[in-house]
Design a protein around this ligand. Structure first.
Ligand code: NAD
Length: 260
């Protein structure tokens, strides 16, 4: 149990990648603050399975983020591990991209990462131990058509993470991004209809020529694989890994572009 005594705040942990990370950290003894939306009965099941707390803060609202971090500190302890994982997506050409979707994606996928970090880092520095793990994306390194807000936000997360890593380097606090390729979750499933429309493709073409084509391994990354890397970053042996943007994309698009 390598995380006994540690507190982990995992945003967007009611489904997909965040849920796998929360389960993996809990299995190693961390006390977990879950966050995210979903069916209340389902969330209660996850909460009791992990012996965790859940806070339903909407991360587009900085006041709700402040409440969540305060609640975590009061009821579990200040976060030793902060996993900024919540994210949303919208697929549309830039000329018809709804401004309110742009604002929501930037708020949840990028600004929330700033707010949770600024609120959590003082206690990490005071303890001279902390881990900040940001679920970025292969889109933090390369672009895809019709995902301008997501690509902008994820590039922002990658840059922000490097800055935080530099600032905290002498305080025992690491900050890294994990950048998966496509992982089969609700977020990916929900973007299929809009991708079909924006690129005039069938569902099968989106699956094979867009999603799986991005990964030479020709398979989706699993949430559990991402969680295993997050756990490794929490180990003391990972203390020199900081400021990194770790790709998990099956030799995907960024690598191929670098070779071209
Ligand atoms: P998901 O839809 O299964 O999970 C998203 C989580 O974020 C859910 O718990 C949801 O309730 C929560 N969330 C959404 N809006 C929120 C808000 N306003 N406030 C609080 N919580 C909110 O999707 P996922 O694929 O597991 O995505 C997790 C992260 O991984 C995201 O940051 C996403 O960009 C990133 N990512 C996903 C993939 C992929 O292919 N699925 C690839 C690379 C990166």
């Amino acid at each position: 149990m390598i995380l006994e005594g540690k507190v982990a705040l995992v945003t967007g942990s009611t489904s997909g990648i965040g849920l796998a990370i929360a389960r993996t950290l809990a299995a190693e003894g961390a006390r977990i603050m879950l966050n995210g939306f979903g069916d209340p009965a389902e969330i209660e099941k996850i909460r009791s399975e992990l012996g965790a707390l859940h806070d339903g803060a909407d991360l587009s609202d900085p006041a709700q983020i402040e409440n969540m971090v305060r609640r975590c500190t009061d009821e579990l302890g200040a976060p030793d591990i902060l996993v900024n994982n919540a994210g949303i997506q919208h697929v549309s050409p830039v000329e018809s991209f709804p401004p309110e979707k742009w604002n929501a994606i930037l708020a949840i996928n990028l600004s929330a990462v700033f707010h949770t970090t600024r609120l959590s880092i003082p206690s990490m520095k005071a303890k001279q131990w902390g881990r900040i793990i940001n679920t970025a994306s292969a889109h933090s390194l390369v672009a895809s058509p019709n995902k301008s807000a997501y690509v902008a936000a994820k590039h922002g997360v990658a840059g922000f993470t490097k800055s935080v890593a530099l600032e905290a380097a002498r305080d025992g606090v690491t900050a890294n991004c994990i950048s998966p390729g496509y992982v089969w979750t609700t977020l990916v499933e929900n973007q299929i209809p809009d991708t079909m429309k924006a690129r005039n493709l069938t569902r099968e073409q989106v699956m094979n020529d867009v999603l799986l084509a991005a990964q030479p391994t020709k398979r989706f990354v699993t949430p559990e694989e991402v969680a295993a890397l997050a756990l490794f970053l929490c180990r003391d042996e990972a203390k020199s890994i900081t400021g990194a943007n770790l790709s998990m994309d099956g030799a995907g698009l960024p690598l191929r572009l670098r070779l071209m």
